[in-house]
Ligand binder design. Structure first.
Ligand code: ADP
Ligand code: ADP
Length: 229
């Protein structure tokens, strides 16, 4: 489970400048909602509020009806998985980096997640390139490979809620397509909020919200939004 609700959320980092100006939406349990809009609209701010890096100025955010202000940040981090635009990996093996998603996982579970994300071939390697200390275990991962490590970590963690914040936007078109299909596997039947720049990358979402200057200006399915233009 895990229904996320925003109820007339206002937010400002600094009182002089409103960033979110009355944002209301719901991500029903198991569904995928996407937020698209221009740079600076406030999209990433929404994901930061869900993790309680900041609290709303007014209005409320709830998960399964519980106000986030009553939920500890650690609890939220345990329940919510995130694949960011650029994944920062620990300078330890890929196996270690995947296991970080759920430290209690056994080797078989780590390997299964790595297999599903198609990184099983190099889980004993280190991610940041060759140096004399690590010799042949040093592998310089591409952006797409790093995203696959993040995906394997998320598969292993299996969080009820998932946030994909521009998770494919740093990749070339071909890699983006490959990673997108891996993300579709992770987000299937999971409460998922996708943050994206372009409408074309969120075709499969149950609902798309268009955010501009802190306000939702349109909402609908991909087909509905295309028909409006
Ligand atoms: P988006 O994800 O749509 O590009 P953001 O949510 O990252 O937009 O940012 C919305 C606005 O908030 C931007 O104008 C940005 O400069 C501002 N902003 C983002 N983070 C901070 C911060 N920590 N302090 C002050 N302003 C911020
Ligand atoms: P919820 O927490 O919303 O009940 P589930 O835990 O049932 O969602 O998982 C949602 C999706 O993620 C399903 O399609 C399931 O196959 C997949 N999934 C769940 N756990 C794992 C896991 N450990 N490894 C790989 N896929 C998983």
């Amino acid at each position: 489970g895990g229904t996320i609700r925003f109820e007339d959320v206002h937010f400002a980092y600094d009182p002089e400048r409103q960033i979110l100006k009355g944002v209301s939406f719901e991500v029903p349990s198991g569904h995928t909602v996407a937020i698209v809009g221009p740079s600076g609209a406030g999209k990433s701010t929404i994901s930061r509020l869900i993790f309680r890096f900041y609290d709303v100025t007014s209005g409320a955010i709830t998960i399964d009806g519980q106000d986030l202000r009553e939920v500890q940040q650690e609890t939220l981090r345990a329940r919510i998985g995130m694949v960011p635009q650029d994944t920062v990996l620990f300078n330890d093996t890929i196996r270690y980096n995947v296991r970080y998603g759920r430290p209690s996982a056994n080797d078989g579970e780590v390997e299964e997640a790595a297999r599903m994300a198609q990184i099983a071939g190099f889980i004993e390697s280190l991610p940041h390139g060759f140096d004399t200390e690590v010799g042949e275990r040093g592998l310089k991962l591409s952006g797409g490979e790093k995203q696959r490590v993040a995906i394997a970590r998320t598969l292993l963690k299996a969080p009820p809620i998932l946030i994909l914040d521009e998770a494919t936007s740093a990749l070339d078109t071909q890699t983006e397509r490959e990673i997108q299909s891996a993300l579709d596997v992770v987000s299937k039947n999971r409460t998922t909020l996708v943050i994206a720049h372009r409408l074309s990358t969120v075709v499969g979402a149950d609902q798309i919200l268009v955010l501009e200057a802190g306000r939702i200006v349109e909402r609908g399915t991909h087909a509905e939004l295309l028909a409006k233009d």
